[in-house]
Write a protein that binds this ligand. Structure first.
Ligand code: ADP
Ligand code: MG
Length: 225
């Protein structure tokens, strides 16, 4: 499969952490919805990609040595035009260039969603443990997550959504819209399938998933083999 070929190449290169291009390619191969994206090498390429994707966009640094991009100032959101994209890339090149070779992910900015997390880790004998919960700052503060062992059935994925303490938030509170739970249930199952097919994955995170009333997209992904 295409996903397997991507992982075999990383293995052959001796790389444990996959690049953004590799991660999003694998997600796409499994039909996991991702925000429109392109990986670029410099400001000119990033502007051309943003013109194609349509504004506003996000620019993110892509570098094997940088794990938490926003902690390093490696995420610039809500960029309205080519000048803002160019400035974001040049600023990251100047400040983060010392960490190694930098590439730049250009991604559609998708504001106003609820941030969810899906995580996975390989557990000896068990296979993969799949985690679901509220993402963003909530995941650290509330530690409100649930776990299942892959493969995760549809019923189990439904149980994951209803199993977090803040499950009511997914339905919307005080008149705000709930999220598309079916889309998230589908997404969890696709992640489960990916893990079942690719047992060499040691760790994977989709954090956040941006969930809206009628769809859900991964906007950040990490895979370690
Ligand atoms: P990291 O986790 O490495 O710091 P992320 O890609 O998760 O980097 O970006 C950090 C935060 O920026 C996300 O948690 C989210 O709040 C916001 N963000 C990232 N990408 C998008 C996007 N495409 N649309 C809207 N918000 C985004
Ligand atoms: Mg993230």
């Amino acid at each position: 499969s295409r996903a397997r070929a991507v992982i075999d190449q990383a293995r052959e290169d001796g790389r444990a952490v996959l690049s953004a291009e590799e991660v999003y390619s694998i997600f796409e191969a499994y039909g996991i919805p991702v925000a429109p994206w392109a990986v670029t090498d410099d400001a000119a390429q990033a502007v051309a990609a943003a013109d194609r994707i349509g504004y506003p966009v996000v620019v993110k640094v892509d570098c094997a040595a940088i794990d938490h991009k926003s902690d390093m100032g490696g995420v610039a959101v809500n960029l309205a035009d080519g000048a803002a994209v160019r400035a974001a890339v040049e600023e990251m090149q100047a400040r983060l260039g010392g960490h190694g070779e930098l590439r730049f992910l250009v991604q559609k900015f998708l504001p106003g969603g609820r941030e969810l997390i899906i995580g996975a880790s390989a557990e000896r004998e068990l296979g993969h443990l799949v985690m679901f919960g509220l993402g963003g700052i909530y995941v650290e503060v509330l530690k409100d997550v649930v776990f299942k062992i892959a493969p995760v059935t549809r019923v189990e994925a439904e149980e994951m959504l209803s199993g977090i303490k803040t499950a009511a938030l997914l339905d919307g509170v005080r008149g705000e819209a709930g999220i598309d739970k079916q889309a998230v249930i589908e997404l969890i199952q696709r992640v489960s399938q990916l893990l079942t097919d690719l047992p060499m994955i040691q760790e994977m995170d989709l954090n956040p998933i941006m969930a809206f009333a009628d769809r859900a997209f991964a906007v950040d992904g990490r895979i370690r083999i």
